[in-house]
Design a protein. Structure first.
Length: 192
């Protein structure tokens, strides 16, 4: 009887350990992907894509597939300079590509015919398309965190600073909800 109880107990702890580690596995790194095309819209295979973090100078590289796609996984959040080079085309450089935490933006690149020694630098940045999921990530600076008024000193009221969300809890303390548990006040998307 003791052997069976110990076996079930060990199985229970193993299950809890596996589930708890799976629940805490939040990925903060992003994925940069896109399609490289020529002026006619045809795909450019074997193009070299390089993303360099402007702050740390860490570089990530990829080569486009036969269908012109590229994928750079596990990219740390930050601002990047992305360059694309292919034989028979001018090197294209996109400055100030911002990659938020946990995002998977798509950066499509249209190449121009010319010598690869010629470089085209695009300084203005367009909003990257988040195609992988509908999760909206938001980062707050230290100054923003220090200046947020916390109603009743409840940390969950900060969630209202994220575009597209609204904190609906209005009662705190002994007469209402504590606001510190997930079931006390749901975060609901704002209707359009």
């Amino acid at each position: 009887m003791k052997t069976i109880t110990k076996s079930w107990l060990a199985l229970g702890f193993a299950t809890l350990f596996i589930l708890s580690s799976a629940l805490t596995a939040q990925e903060f790194r992003g994925t940069l992907s896109g399609l490289v095309t020529d002026p006619s819209g045809a795909v450019v295979p074997q193009a070299k894509v390089r993303a360099v973090n402007n702050a740390t100078r860490q570089a990530y590289t990829a080569t486009t597939t036969t269908s012109g796609d590229y994928l750079i996984p596990y990219v740390l959040p930050g601002t990047y300079t992305v360059s694309v080079a292919a034989e028979g085309f001018k090197t294209k450089v996109q400055d100030n590509v911002f990659l938020p935490a946990g995002a998977s933006p798509v950066l499509n690149v249209a190449m121009e015919i010319g010598a690869s020694t010629e470089t085209i630098t695009v300084s203005g940045t367009a909003e990257l398309l988040e195609a992988e999921n509908s999760v909206g990530n938001n980062e707050l600076t230290t100054r923003e965190l220090e200046n947020i008024p916390l109603n009743g000193r409840q940390i969950y009221t900060m969630l209202g600073t994220i575009p597209g969300s609204q904190f609906l809890q209005t009662q705190f303390g002994a007469s209402g909800y504590s606001g510190t548990r997930a079931w006390d006040g749901p975060i609901m998307p704002m209707s359009a």
